[in-house]
Design a protein around this ligand. Structure first.
Ligand code: ATP
Length: 360
């Protein structure tokens, strides 16, 4: 297990002198804590696999360096880095038994037999593979094979980190749910540094203690699921995480007030020094905008439709030309379309050129 430091790390597939905006990974400096459970989350093409391949050693960076426990390993091979990896599709040997497959990474490293037997038994127990240990892997389903791949990734206790690249893609939805919770439990038991790449927010939020969100080659926020939800550092995080995502509305902000579509909202903090010429927006999650009967002090709006998600309902509302989502509390049934909106000022954030501005 290791602490991993990325120092000004960047990757270009178009030569090292290319314009930085074209880099698949723009320069990033950050630390991954020893023993942490991380998810690397972002849409397709944002640079997740590139970052993972730099950490594993499949790629050599265009710029910057990588340290494991303070030692520069930027130019070491994957094997020398001592990393375990689990890929999207199963990597197992059909001719071997399940037990032999699990033992393989340990045998390969010359671990004594008694230790191998103990560790294989432990991993098989944790993944419910004990009854299958003596079966040949050849006739197993794709789900079962991927479970063995997970086991092979987790079987070594001396690795610097275990990297998972969308490991549940081929898994049936019901088993996916079980394995996701299982991986979280395994992390607690095995005390390994784990980095889990996914584009699926539910997978990221259920697995990780810390979610690293990427957008367009940049790490835009790294935080706990609650931090990403309550205080998105970038409008992309607000929009990408949550269902529906955060409302992002063009606004004029002065002091403790924001004006949207000719209406004034109160803010919890004061914003007197916003950068000149920046695009100013406010962001507020639908969960922190309540719909009520029209009344004094409330923002007048019209409901265009209601999305009923079972336990929770969201109204799609319009204020002038601006459209957004708001929570419809239990028991409130909108009579006609005219309503009042109540914003919780503590959760109304201000963004300049998409980045969060801390008020005073
Ligand atoms: N070998 C390569 N040569 C050229 N461009 C590449 C190469 N690998 C990735 N890219 C580009 O770099 C960018 C980041 O790709 P990357 O695979 O890291 O993203 P990702 O977030 O993992 O996406 P996905 O989930 O689709 O794999 C994309 O624009 C991609 O087209």
């Amino acid at each position: 297990m290791a602490r991993i430091d990325l120092v000004d790390l960047a990757q270009s597939y178009h030569g090292n002198d290319a314009d930085i905006e074209s880099f698949a990974l723009k320069p990033v400096t950050m630390t991954w804590r020893q023993g942490g459970a991380y998810a690397l989350l972002g849409p397709s093409g944002c640079g997740k696999t590139t970052l993972l391949n730099l950490i594993s050693g499949i790629l050599t960076p265009s710029r910057g360096k990588i340290l494991f426990d303070g030692t520069d390993i930027t130019h070491r091979t994957t094997r020398e880095r001592n990393i375990a990896q689990v890929f999207q599709f199963p990597v197992i040997y059909d001719t071997m038994t399940v037990g032999e497959n699990l033992a393989f990474p340990l045998k390969n490293r010359g671990v004594p037999k008694a230790e191998i037997d103990k560790r294989v038994a432990e991993i098989a127990r944790l993944l419910d593979l004990t009854p299958d240990l003596n079966r040949k892997a050849t006739r197993l389903t794709a789900d079962a094979k991927q479970k063995i791949s997970l086991g092979r990734g987790l079987v070594r206790s001396d690795v610097a980190a275990v990297l998972f690249d969308e490991p549940l893609t081929v898994i049936d939805p019901e088993l996916k749910w079980q394995l996701r919770s299982k991986l979280k439990a395994l992390h607690r038991e095995l005390d390994l540094t784990m980095i889990y790449v996914t584009h699926d927010q539910t997978e990221a939020l259920t697995f990780a203690d810390t979610v690293v969100v990427m957008h367009d080659g940049r790490v835009v926020q790294s935080g706990t699921p609650a931090e990403l939800f309550d205080k998105p550092a970038h409008t992309f995080v607000g929009y990408f995480i949550g269902s529906p995502g955060m409302n992002i509305l063009a606004a004029e902000v002065k002091g403790r007030e924001a004006r949207i579509a000719g209406h004034t909202l109160s803010l919890a903090r004061s914003y007197d020094a916003l950068p000149a010429g920046a695009k100013i927006e406010i962001g507020v999650r639908p969960e922190f905008v309540d719909v009520a009967e029209p009344g004094p002090g409330l923002l007048d709006a019209n409901i265009e439709r209601v999305d009923d998600l079972g336990r929770i309902r969201f109204a799609r509302v319009r204020v002038g030309d601006v459209k957004f989502a708001a929570r419809l509390p239990a028991g409130v049934s909108p009579q006609g379309s005219a309503i009042g909106l109540k914003f919780n000022p503590a959760y109304v954030h201000v963004y300049a050129d998409s980045r969060l501005v801390e008020g005073a």
